[in-house]
Write a protein that binds this ligand. Structure first.
Ligand SMILES: Nc1nc2c(c(=O)[nH]1)N[C@H]1C(S)=C(S)[C@@H](COP(=O)(O)O)O[C@H]1N2
Ligand SMILES: [Mo]
Length: 374
């Protein structure tokens, strides 16, 4: 309770807290109250593992009411020999897997596209890095007896659309569904999932944009052709060729998003800071879906020159990697500090990410401005 005492009584977050939807998320920025969409301020992203209370929330629909682990079941159905229904106890008895992965909303950074696009105007903080434990989805499909006719799976959660909003059902190609790192998770950072993050069960599809990681998971259905629901056929699509900013794109030139792109975030110093002349320590994180980060370069002169940063700290396949760089800022002036990451596939952050109608995959070099004053 102490943590919310400073909130102005009329503030959105105070309201959200009263409604019980923001419990534990008091330090986040409310982008939408209902459904709950909360962005993490960059200042709270300075640790390799993002604590649950600081982890961004993206829901298209309200958190389902009455979530109960004791009665929860997961159905595996469709193109399988034996459809199965498992409860939490049965899932916890199966061999578990744990991995650390970045989860990032495809729309993270949407606010930076020009011309602007509709949708939640995420800044830099619809991203976090957490440790997930659960059962391999491939093990569940094996247990049900996957048929060779199974080409995709759909995943559905217990949330229901507001008004006429279509149910949030997403699709995975069978190769990604059976990949050993694709999980049905029941723990986040060593604790049972929080309600806002999909309690008691969610998919974790590491390396791919966040909308594949279905929360409150109840049904996995194996299908023999592509799913035609709204969130697959219309949502989360990206042009297959470059388009002029602000123009409409023919649906035939759009394909489903999959992997995240190479990106970096400066978590230190914070933007718009003031510093005395002397050494400035720069740090942050870089990630690139399932590709390894091979280098991060930093510029302190508006991108005129770039110097390699040191890659330090923990590393794990889908996790972000910390970078550090220090420089001497003696002149009392304004400094623009930029970071630009490169991954093992050779991709580097573009200076101007391709505009697209839904504002996905913003990954320009990050930048912060510091005023050095004597
Ligand atoms: N059932 C369900 N799962 C969902 C969503 C949703 O609206 N409903 N949002 C998705 C999107 S767009 C993202 S980016 C991630 C966000 O996960 P988080 O809220 O745990 O950070 O959840 C995904 N899983
Ligand atoms: Mo998302």
């Amino acid at each position: 309770m102490g943590a919310v005492a400073h909130l102005a009584p009329g503030s959105l977050l105070a309201q959200a807290t009263k409604m019980g939807v923001a419990a534990g998320k008091e330090k986040l920025m409310v982008r939408s109250l209902r459904p709950p969409d909360y962005e993490t301020p960059v200042a709270l992203l300075d640790s390799w593992l993002t604590p649950v209370e600081h982890f961004y929330v993206r829901s298209h629909m309200p958190t389902p009411p009455g979530l109960d682990a004791a009665t929860w079941t997961l159905q595996i159905e469709g193109e399988v020999n034996t459809p199965i229904t498992l409860n939490l106890d049965e899932l916890r008895k199966m061999p578990s897997a744990t991995l650390t992965t970045v989860l990032e909303c495809a729309g993270n950074g949407r606010a930076f596209f020009d011309p602007p696009v509709a949708g939640i105007q995420w800044g830099k903080g619809a991203v976090g890095n957490a440790r997930w434990t659960g059962v391999r989805l491939g093990d569940l499909l094996k247990r049900a007896g996957l048929k060779s006719s199974g080409l995709f799976v759909t995943m559905n959660g217990a949330d229901r659309g507001l008004g006429s909003q279509p149910d949030f059902v997403r699709q995975l190609p069978i190769a990604k569904a059976t990949h050993p790192d694709t999980l049905v998770a029941y723990e986040m950072n060593g604790q049972p999932l929080a309600p806002l993050h999909g309690f008691p069960l969610r998919a974790i599809v590491p390396g791919w944009e966040g909308a594949y990681s279905i929360k409150w998971l109840t049904t996995v259905r194996v299908i023999d052709r592509e799913f035609d629901g709204f969130w697959v056929a219309t949502g989360y699509r990206y042009p297959t060729k470059h388009v002029a900013p602000g123009t409409a794109v023919d649906p035939k030139d759009m394909a489903p998003l999959t992997g995240l792109v190479v990106k970096s975030l400066i978590t230190k110093p914070l933007d718009a800071g003031v510093s005395a002349p002397g050494r400035i320590d720069v740090a942050g994180f870089a990630w690139a879906g399932d590709h390894e980060i091979t280098r991060v370069d930093v510029s302190t002169d508006h991108g005129a020159t770039w110097q390699p940063a040191r890659l330090v700290g923990e590393r794990a396949k889908y996790a972000w990697r910390r970078f550090e760089y220090a420089f001497d800022a003696q002149r009392p002036q304004s400094y623009l500090i930029m970071s630009r990451a490169t991954d093992a596939s050779g991709q580097t952050q573009p200076l101007s990410p391709p505009w697209n109608p839904s504002g996905y995959l913003w990954n320009a070099p990050d930048s912060v401005r510091i005023e050095v004053k004597s």
